[in-house]
Design a protein around this ligand. Structure first.
Ligand code: AKG
Length: 297
């Protein structure tokens, strides 16, 4: 069975992204939302971000504010099963081949009224690999509209260079669009109903604004790569051993022969002192295209 048409595969190659509207069933969306609610309960028991949850700046136990649920695949059997399902891996196999490895998974909460922005960046700047058959699948658990901080991408930017994501010599996780000859108007907002899937190339420029609306925009990302893409030294890819690396295989076969492609690479080193999540890395203040909650107040 083909999950993507030839036109969709061509569009991914040319533009660097796809949006599959209403790809997942209402039942899957409802189960995912229930899992998000369950995993969110932990926030009421902590004062600072930990291995499970990344907190917004104004979080309190009494009024929890969650920015991200970390590794939902490890915290929930449902999100692990979903990640391994044909609904997710089917389209990915058609784009980057049958042998796939997980890079990481994360659930960006972008809650109504205060959900944090993500400044423009390229994922490949965080985790350079020997080839660029890497992408992120995004699952939208709320309707994503122009108002609630939709994911934005700059079509075609995945064919350009990896931009400078450093500030004063330290990796800062964001880039300056103008410096690269782009303007915010070049961004395309990916809007669609809950259950839609976005797929974006690891080299595409993307980001999203503060959510000032009354509606949440909860979005889960599975970052997936071809199994023959190996991290380049200094990549933020974290694994302890080759066994742990192989344990991330989602389908197909592991290999000991990295595929080397002529891809642009910059090393995200040295890392900043606070490097727990993209939000912390970006708090150094490079490329501030989207205002934060405090700036908007
Ligand atoms: O949640 C978003 O809108 C963007 C997410 C993203 O690019 C990231 O977490 O690296």
């Amino acid at each position: 069975m083909a999950y993507l048409s030839a036109a969709q595969r061509r569009a991914y190659d040319e533009d660097g992204y796809l949006l599959l509207e209403g790809h997942l069933s209402a039942e899957t969306v409802a189960r995912g939302r229930a899992e998000i609610a369950r995993l969110s309960e932990h926030a009421g028991t902590i004062d600072a971000s930990d291995d499970l949850i990344d907190l917004e700046d104004r979080h309190t136990r009494a009024e929890p504010r969650i920015r991200r649920i970390k590794r939902p695949d490890l915290q929930s059997a449902f999100f692990d099963e979903l990640m391994r399902s044909d609904a997710i891996l089917g389209p990915v196999r058609e784009l980057i081949g049958p042998n796939l490895r997980l890079h990481t998974a994360k659930l960006n909460m972008k809650k109504a009224e205060y959900g944090a922005p993500v400044q423009w960046h390229q994922d490949f700047a965080f985790y350079p690999h020997t080839n660029d058959d890497l992408l992120a699948v995004g699952i939208v658990f709320d309707d994503m509209t122009l108002e609630n901080g939709p994911l934005q991408v700059i079509p075609g930017s995945h064919k350009g260079p990896i931009l400078d994501h450093h500030l004063e010599g330290v990796f800062a996780g964001a880039c300056d669009l103008a410096e690269a000859g782009y303007s915010p108007e070049d961004g395309v907002a990916l809007t669609g109903p809950a259950g839609s899937l976005s797929i974006h190339h690891a080299r595409i420029l993307h980001g999203s604004a503060l959510n000032t609306s009354q509606c949440d925009r909860q979005m889960l990302f599975y970052e997936i790569m071809a199994a023959d893409a190996f991290p380049v030294m200094g990549s933020m890819t974290a694994f302890d051993s080759i066994e742990a690396f192989d344990a991330r295989l989602l389908c197909g076969e592991a290999t000991r022969a990295p595929r080397l492609a002529p891809v642009p690479v910059r090393i995200p080193q040295p890392q900043p002192q606070k490097a727990g999540s993209i939000y912390e890395i970006q708090s150094q203040g490079k490329g501030k295209a989207f205002r934060t909650y405090d700036e908007a107040m």
